[in-house]
Design a binder for this molecule. Structure first.
Ligand SMILES: [Zn+2]
Length: 173
């Protein structure tokens, strides 16, 4: 099935919608400064806030998207949709080939957050893709018909620390 992405975006005045849900578009300056501010002021509570916000938004977005596309009804096609929408929204490239309902591993060779963080702040000492972790957790909960918070996604290695790629581990929380 081919999705006509430009058709899925709708503009009403200054508001932008993706498959019926209002969305916000921000450049890396906004997104990285938001992450830096949350992390430096609140520590792990701040990064958890990023994770949970991304999880909630991807859960709601994916639920809505699949309701509008009932023909996307196999796990494989839903995972492909997740990968495609991640890329189409400018978030990066993500590979869902090693994932099952019990969890697994997800690899991302390129991402908006990695490029943005390295450009603005340089190398990190610890993994920093909190948004991507939450986004994955929310999308997988929809794909495998679980409740939000069902999965916990950790990052085993991260390009922000100059690893070759970001590697995420998914387990049942
Ligand atoms: Zn990373």
């Amino acid at each position: 099935m081919i999705i006509n992405w430009p058709e899925k975006f709708a503009r009403k005045g200054h508001e932008l919608f993706l498959s019926g849900l209002p969305i916000a578009l921000h450049c890396h300056h906004y997104n990285m400064n938001l992450q830096k501010t949350l992390e430096s002021s609140l520590g792990s509570d701040g990064t958890l806030l990023l994770y949970q916000a991304a999880e909630e938004s991807s859960y709601a977005g994916f639920t809505s998207f699949l309701q509008h596309h009932p023909k996307i009804n196999t796990t494989k096609s839903k995972l492909e949709l997740a990968s495609t929408s991640y890329q189409y929204c400018g978030l990066g490239i993500i590979n869902f080939t090693q994932i099952e309902p019990e969890g697994g591993r997800i690899v991302s060779p390129h991402s908006h957050h990695v490029t943005g963080w390295l450009a603005k702040f340089g190398k990190r000492e610890t993994p920093g893709c909190f948004f991507s972790r939450g986004w994955i957790a929310g999308a997988l909960a929809v794909i495998y018909d679980k409740h939000i918070g069902y999965y916990r996604v950790d990052e085993l290695q991260c390009k922000m620390t100059l690893a070759r790629e970001c590697v995420f581990e998914v387990v049942i929380a």
